[in-house]
Each structure stands twice: as structure tokens, then as C-alpha cells.
Write a protein that binds this ligand. Structure first.
Ligand code: MG
Length: 269
């Protein structure tokens, strides 16, 4: 099932997107969104007798993290190498504030404090229920679904600050969407799913989730051994190689096979 959050100009609603995706991750032309009563994370999937054509709505971030976005750094060996970093021996965790989250089509604002703003296309895990100390073999039980993220990073500030908080924490630095796919299993990503980033139409990242150093169950177990995870919390699983700079006016698209495409443009703040 594909869970969306959307607006027709009124208060945001959640909905289920029907139909299939084409080879580029775009929905069928006849896809509709069936509206839901309330947030499915809390009340389950309760369909309303209300349908909207996809073209008549604006999609929003499909989840609003109540507490946190947990990032994982250097989780693809080739990306660690391109930054001149060693492959970590255990997951490298950082936090992005929930205020960094924006939706598909929303601008990524280029802050004046940086001169080197990078995209990082990533697979995002959405947590479905409160949990801690989750054994890897039970990770599936606490996962609501999967979506796409861009872990936008001010690379110069990441280097100069040592801490990642400022470099990864600006408003708009965590585009999420376009929807949450709830029917996939973590094993799907261990087996391998294509993840690509396009910048102004050119392929700049072309990776595969089979190259994740720490797989999704390992990440859920590791993070939940440190901090309680809440419904709607997000785990960013790391970016493949090919990170690079964005300029004002650029369009960045992150695509994951089966999950769709997340598109955002860079704007002056
Ligand atoms: Mg990242």
C-alpha cells in the first residue's frame, strides 16, 4: 500500500494511492488517492468515501516525525572512500531535527552560511510503533514502511564543525516522499534495489541497497539500543557514492525502484 499525505488547499489529509508505477517510478495516469480518516500510523487505514485525482492534489511529506530523523553516515563503502573516510566498524549515527523535513516539490533552501550544499539520495525507513532494544530479527514488526529522502548536507560546515548538527539541520534539509510503501520487507533491500539521483536530468548517483554496510534490521537494532523510537521516526540509511554540489535553481530527483521519485528544487533562502 502507498500512503500519501496531501492537500487540495484545505487541511492536509492522508490517503492511499491506487494503481501501479511505471518504469520511471511515476504513477499511472488513472491513479487516484482514496482519502483516509486520520493518521494511519495511529488509527490504522480507515478509507473514506472520498477520491481525488493525483493531478488535483499537492503531495506533502508523507510523515511528520514526532521526535527525530536518525541519520546513518558512511553506510556505503564507496561513499566513505569518496569522502576520504574509513568504513565504520559500527553504524555512525547523527540526528536531523524534525523541522528539517519538507515534502516532494518543496524547495530546498540554500543557506547563506554554506558555499558547498550537497545532495545525498537515500532510502528512508519509517518506524511504525514505539520500541526499544529491538532484536534484528524483529525489526520488521516495528517498521511502518519505506520512502525516499534527500539528506541535504552543507559539506563545508560538516567538515568545519565536526558535529553534524548545523551541516545537516537547516530547515528544508530533509525532503521526504513522495509516499510511504508499506508492503516491502527489509530483505528486499538486502537483496538489492536500485537507488539513483539525477541533478538537472543527469545521473549523479547510481547505487544499490545491496551495498549497505549495515542492513536495515541491524540499524533498527543498533539505534533502538541507544534511544527509544517513536511512530513516525525516520531512519536515513546512508547515501551511495556520487555526492556533489547543488546550486540555486537546480532540480534534484532521487529515485528508488518500487518506491518512486522524490523531486525538489534548490531556492535562495
Ligand atoms: Mg546521508
Amino acid at each position: 500500500m502507498r500512503i500519501t499525505r496531501f492537500t487540495t488547499g484545505e487541511d492536509p489529509l492522508y490517503g492511499v494511492l491506487t494503481g501501479d508505477l511505471d518504469e520511471f517510478g511515476q504513477p499511472d495516469e488513472d491513479s487516484v488517492i482514496v482519502a483516509l480518516a486520520g493518521d494511519p500510523l495511529y488509527v490504522g487505514v480507515k478509507l473514506l468515501e472520498q477520491e481525488h485525482k493525483l493531478e488535483d492534489v499537492r503531495l506533502l511529506a508523507p510523515v511528520l516525525p514526532r521526535s527525530k530523523v536518525v541519520g546513518i553516515g558512511r553506510n556505503y563503502a564507496a561513499h566513505a572512500a569518496e569522502l576520504g573516510s574509513d568504513v565504520p566498524t559500527e553504524p555512525l549515527m547523527f540526528l536531523k531535527p524534525n523541522t528539517s523535513v519538507v515534502g516532494p516539490g518543496d524547495p530546498i533552501f540554500y543557506p547563506p552560511q554554506t558555499q558547498n550544499l550537497h545532495y545525498e539520495g537515500e532510502l528512508a525507513v519509517v518506524i511504525g510503533r514505539i520500541c526499544r532494544d529491538v532484536p534484528p530479527e524483529q525489526a520488521t514488526d516495528v517498521i511502518h514502511g519505506y520512502t525516499i529522502a534527500n539528506d541535504v548536507t552543507a559539506r563545508d560546515l560538516q567538515k568545519s564543525d565536526v558535529q553534524f548538527t548545523r551541516a545537516k539541520g537547516f530547515d528544508s534539509f530533509c525532503p521526504l516522499g513522495p509516499w510511504i510503501e508499506t508492503d516491502l520487507d527489509p530483505q528486499t533491500f538486502t537483496d538489492g534495489v536500485s537507488i539513483q539521483t539525477h541533478l538537472n536530468g543527469d545521473v549523479v548517483q547510481d547505487g544499490n541497497t545491496r551495498d549497505l554496510i549495515f542492513d536495515i534490521p541491524t540499524l533498527v537494532a543498533y539505534i533502538s539500543s541507544v534511544m527509544t523510537l517513536l511512530p513516525g521516526d525516520i531512519i536515513l540509511t546512508g547515501t551511495p557514492e556520487g555526492v556533489g554540489p547543488m546550486q540555486v535553481g537546480d532540480e534534484v530527483e532521487v529515485s528508488i525502484a518500487g518506491l518512486g521519485t522524490l523531486t525538489n528544487k534548490v531556492a535562495r533562502r
